[in-house]
Design a protein around this ligand. Sequence first.
Ligand SMILES: *Cc1c(COP(=O)(O)O)cnc(C)c1O
Ligand SMILES: [Zn+2]
Length: 484
Amino acid sequence: MTAHTFPSHRGVMFYRCLGCNAEHGTDDLLYICPRCGAVLLLEDRRFPELRGKGGTYWRDLFDARAAAKRPALRGIFRFYEITAPVLEEEDILYLGEGNTPLIAASPTLRRLIGRAFAFKNDGQNPSASFKDRGMACAFSYLRAAVRLRGWDDVLTVCASTGDTSASAALYASYAGGPIKSVVLLPQGKVTPQQLSQPLGSGARVLELPGVFDDCMKVVEFLAARYRVALLNSKNSWRILGQESYAFEVAQALDWNVDKVCLFVPVGNAGNITAVLHGFLKLHRLGVIDALPRVFGVQSHHADPVYRYYAAPEAERVFRPVEVTPSAAQAAMIGNPVSFPRVRALAEQYRAVAGERAFQVLQVTEQAIMDGMLTANRHGHTACTQGGECLAGLRAAVAAGLVDEDEFAVLDSTAHALKFMDFQNLYFDDAFPSEYGIKADPALVNAPELLFSSKERRGPDENAFVRESALRIARLLGLTETGGG
Ligand SMILES: *Cc1c(COP(=O)(O)O)cnc(C)c1O
Ligand SMILES: [Zn+2]
């Protein structure tokens, strides 16, 4: 096999129940265990055979494949054998997802924070968030199912804090044919940019008063009783695709993730599930020989996972929380569907790498916005959840949790542009009081109007240009060159 041909290896995938440990075949699209109702993860019966080839084989193959020109291998399926090695090339839907850049903190920002770190800009995915990684995998599986079973009508549904619906609608509209997309949004709780995305893709957009957790319950009810394909991260195929984030971080650091710690925002907890599972796979395969440390980060306005781990081990009970408004709106979830996955994987992770290898931090709304704005003033494009990660790194450094020689990778899960309304609220110092966010004048910026339209009198273009230029020169203290 060369790196440029489509892989011939095929795995045997099955769902593993995290509640009763049962195994279920993948002929049906399952979201929960039919026996006990717990969440599932996908595994490959032939994974142990892959191990036999040794870490060097896989590192070389994945590196060589980075130059592959086949569209099916250019995105998340560069890591085909450890992702979903049951899909055929014709089923793979590639819209440019994955392969997002890891951008080192600007020198000034690095000095300010006191640690070396980088943002991985997952906002540079096609619908401008990391959700595309999982959606590419879920839709590829769906296309295979449509082809093999001759379905003529597939309705996909999802609840969303904004980005899942943008991504689902994008992939559904591209796939076309029998695949149609309906998205359910909490009214007024996604940004205008996020709302414009499924509308532009032609999806049917339904809204409910309430928060994401309400919408999630409704789509779960639908998926349990009607023939619909659920595209939330309860769908384990999405988790598989999102594991590519971990694989890419390891590859970008030349497979050396010792002394690396990742900061990941936690909402429904699908992303951090994928990060933990992804690194565990690389470690079991011998591709990396140490696990990086993983910090989950939550806002104090939506922090059920933080609260769980903050309690002494013997007293830990998971309790959903009632969320209050958060600028990290894409992670504003009080009852994360993937929490049982996190609990199971964190235990495995800590068993290999120790207690410090997995931790969850809590940050304030103020720190989230200050984090986003501080990052972006230094040449980054962080969304509010990226700001949450920077707030997490700052909190971890302050608490002495990050060593001087460690390198942090911060997940900017979406593009800054999706969250511009939060920046505007900050610049206008107009956050509703529930957020508890005040503008730091040092971070505020605003346009300066040179002329009011009333001041701009008369038809003389030359005089207008001259007067404007003079005002600018005065304002900026420019020195005349005497030229003409
Ligand atoms: C969905 C989302 C999150 C939260 O990810 P989970 O997998 O739900 O924990 C964070 N940031 C952005 C931009 C998102 O779209
Ligand atoms: Zn079960």
